[in-house]
Ligand binder design. Structure first.
Ligand code: ADP
Length: 291
């Protein structure tokens, strides 16, 4: 599905047509052929051929609307455009194995600058409902055309922005490397998700590291909002790393106390269940924590 070799084999005219469909989809659910011809500056006759190439390669799909038949990008096409950009910038030089399928993402280990391994996270919003409805299709075609692209891109931009800020503040998060469209490139953390860990030498020590993180975030005006064993990786030296923060809210949010307590409870519950560890000490939300 994510084929880096395809990058090399695409003609520049195919690429122009693919790009034209991306641009056209900013204001068209289904991009009509004349618009594709206009945006790609390729004459009508040969546009058809490039379109059918792209359909064969499953980078776009044809779609019949109420008024006309046109074309739209599918995830593979959007992946292609993002990878092309990232590889042009040198932040992704080759794609390796998929290491994770998140709730709303696909995660690959890729080679970055200087052949060093990094993580490529492709945000995929609007995929779940699509899968349920159209499972039998042989490739991804989300059903709400502009919104899946927009939502996925927004989600990647948001993640990257938070990662930059958190990294700058010295929080244990992957070092952000690059971002384009629905993709984030980040440091590869050599660690396991907490949910896969059955025992730790000193649960009390890890417990307070995590509670300290929640408090430190709040001192910077932030609440994670989804602080759980799925979003925390545990390095072999015992340091926890936060990898995912899609629901971060401000400590001045009207429901800040609720979110803060939920994060704290999440860790308390997990430690009780998994490690049989309980403590009477846990942080409590207070107005002005960020002062
Ligand atoms: P989602 O938000 O879609 O659930 P996550 O960001 O939580 O996706 O990542 C899913 C899985 O991919 C994680 O559980 C982890 O195993 C792996 N992963 C994600 N980012 C990294 C990273 N920077 N380094 C190492 N593994 C990662």
């Amino acid at each position: 599905k994510l084929d880096p070799k395809a990058l090399r084999y695409m003609s520049s005219d195919d690429f122009r047509v693919l790009t034209a469909i991306e641009v056209g989809s900013r204001n068209h659910d289904i991009v009509p052929e004349p618009l594709i011809a206009q945006l790609s500056h390729i004459r009508g006759g040969s546009v058809k051929k490039h379109i059918s190439d792209l359909i064969k390669r499953k980078l776009i799909a044809s779609e019949s609307g109420a008024k006309y038949t046109g074309y739209r990008l599918v995830y593979a096409g959007y992946d292609f455009l993002a990878l092309k950009t990232l590889s042009k910038r040198g932040s992704v030089t080759s794609v390796g194995n998929q290491i994770g399928v998140g709730k709303e993402s696909d995660i690959f280990v890729v080679a970055g600058e200087d052949e060093q391994e990094v993580v490529l996270k492709l945000h995929r919003l609007g995929r779940q409902s699509f899968r349920n409805v159209k499972e039998k299709r042989d490739y991804l075609r989300p059903n709400q055309s502009p919104s899946w692209m927009y939502m996925s891109r927004l989600s990647a931009q948001k993640e990257y922005a938070f990662m930059q800020v958190l990294h700058e503040y010295g929080f244990p998060v992957p070092k952000p490397v690059d971002q384009n469209r629905h993709c984030v490139v980040m440091e590869l953390i050599d660690a396991f998700p907490l949910r896969q860990i059955d025992s730790v030498a000193e649960p009390g020590r890890l417990y307070s590291l995590l509670m300290d993180l929640i408090v430190r975030l709040a001192k910077h005006g932030l609440i994670h909002g989804d602080f759980n064993e799925f979003n925390i990786l545990l390095r072999s030296d015992g340091v926890p790393v936060l990898i995912d923060f899609p629901q971060m809210v401000s400590t001045s949010h009207p429901n800040a106390e609720f979110y803060f307590n939920r994060d704290v409870d999440c860790i308390r519950t997990f430690f009780k269940r998994r490690f049989g560890y309980e403590s009477v000490l846990y942080p409590k939300f207070a107005l002005g924590m960020d002062k």
